[in-house]
Design a protein around this ligand. Structure first.
Ligand SMILES: C/C=C/C(=O)SCCNC(=O)CCNC(=O)[C@H](O)C(C)(C)COP(=O)(O)OP(=O)(O)OC[C@H]1O[C@@H](n2cnc3c(N)ncnc32)[C@H](O)[C@@H]1OP(=O)(O)O
Length: 246
C-alpha cells in the first residue's frame, strides 16, 4: 500500500497520508510524492481543489525523525523544503482535515491551507525548539501574523500540544467538526470550492496572499537556520532520545 494515496473525485484531488505504523511520519519519498501530486494536480484541468488528510487517528507526526539523523544535509532541494515551496506556489485551493496528531510540519502546513477542519481528536504541536530545530514553512512569520506575537512565541518556544478548540480560537482551524463526520464535511467544502468559477477562485486566492514574497524570503531564512541546527549535537541528541524512547 502506498504511503501517499491519491484519489480524484468531483474536481477535488484527495491526498491521504498513509503510514499508520509510524504515525504518518513523513519520509523523503513521501514528501516527493506529495510534491508531485500537487504539481500534477495544478496542471490538470479537471482538478480545481486539493484536500489533504490522514486516517481517523492521525494526520501526521511530522518529519520522520530517523530521516533527520540519516540525512542531515539540507538545502532548498531537500524533499521537505521542495514540498513546502510547492505549497507556497500553489494556485488551486487546499483544504485540510485534521484528526489525531498534527506535529511539526503537520501543523505548519495548515498555515498554507485555505480551509482547515479539525475534529475533537486533533492535537497540534510545534516542537521545533524541543527538537533543537527552528520553525519552517514560514511559520515564524505566518504564525505571529495569525495568532499574535506572544501566542506565537508560546507555541513555538514552549512547543506544547494544543487541542482543536484552542486551534479554532486561534484561527488556525476554521471549524471543529464532529468525529466521524470530518472527512465528508471537508470533502463537501472542497467540492464547493471546486465548483466555484476557477479563474475568480484562483485570482482571489492570490489576492489573499499579498505578502507571498515576504513569506518566501522568511522560508529561505528558516531553511538556512534549519540546515545549521539539523547538524548540531543538541538536535542529534534530541532525535536519538525520541527514537530510543528516552
Ligand atoms: C521539516 C519538518 C519538521 C518537523 O515536522 S519536526 C517534528 C517531528 N515530529 C515529532 O517530533 C513527533 C514525534 N512523534 C511523537 O511525538 C509521537 O509519536 C506522537 C505524539 C505523534 C504519537 O504518539 P503515540 O501515539 O504514542 O505513538 P508512538 O508510540 O510515539 O509512535 C508509534 C511509532 O511511530 C514512530 N514515530 C512516531 N512519530 C515519528 C516520527 N515523527 N518519525 C519517526 N518515527 C515516528 C515511533 O517511533 C513508533 O515506532 P515503533 O513502533 O517502531 O517504536
Amino acid at each position: 500500500m502506498s504511503t501517499i494515496q491519491v484519489q480524484d473525485e468531483q474536481g477535488v484531488r484527495i491526498i491521504t497520508i498513509n503510514r499508520p505504523d509510524k504515525r504518518n511520519a513523513l519520509s523523503l519519498d513521501m514528501y516527493t510524492s506529495l510534491t508531485e501530486y500537487l504539481i500534477q494536480g495544478e496542471s490538470d484541468n479537471a482538478i480545481h481543489a486539493f484536500l489533504i488528510k490522514g486516517q481517523q487517528d492521525c494526520f501526521t507526526s511530522g518529519n520522520d525523525v530517523a530521516d533527520f539523523l540519516k540525512n542531515s544535509n539540507l538545502d532548498a532541494k531537500h524533499p521537505a523544503f521542495r514540498f513546502l515551496f510547492s505549497l507556497l506556489d500553489l494556485k488551486k485551493p487546499l483544504v485540510a482535515a485534521v484528526t489525531g496528531p498534527a506535529v511539526g510540519i503537520g501543523t505548519t502546513v495548515l498555515l498554507h491551507c485555505d480551509l482547515v477542519y479539525a475534529d475533537p481528536s486533533a492535537k497540534f504541536q510545534l516542537p521545533f525548539v524541543n527538537l533543537a530545530l527552528v520553525p519552517e514553512a514560514g511559520a515564524s512569520l505566518l504564525l505571529p501574523q495569525l495568532v499574535g506575537p506572544q501566542k506565537a512565541a508560546e507555541l513555538l518556544l514552549l512547543g506544547e500540544c494544543f487541542d482543536a478548540n484552542t486551534a479554532n480560537v486561534l484561527n488556525i482551524v476554521n471549524e471543529v467538526v464532529s468525529e466521524g463526520e470530518i472527512f465528508d464535511y471537508a470533502l463537501a467544502k472542497a467540492v464547493k470550492l471546486a465548483n466555484q468559477p476557477p479563474q475568480a477562485l484562483q485570482a482571489t486566492r492570490e489576492l489573499l496572499r499579498p505578502n507571498k514574497d515576504l513569506v518566501r524570503k522568511q522560508m529561505e531564512r528558516e531553511l538556512e537556520q534549519f540546515a545549521v541546527r539539523l547538524k548540531s549535537d543538541e538536535a542529534k541528541n534530541r532525535f536519538k532520545a525520541f527514537l530510543n524512547k528516552a
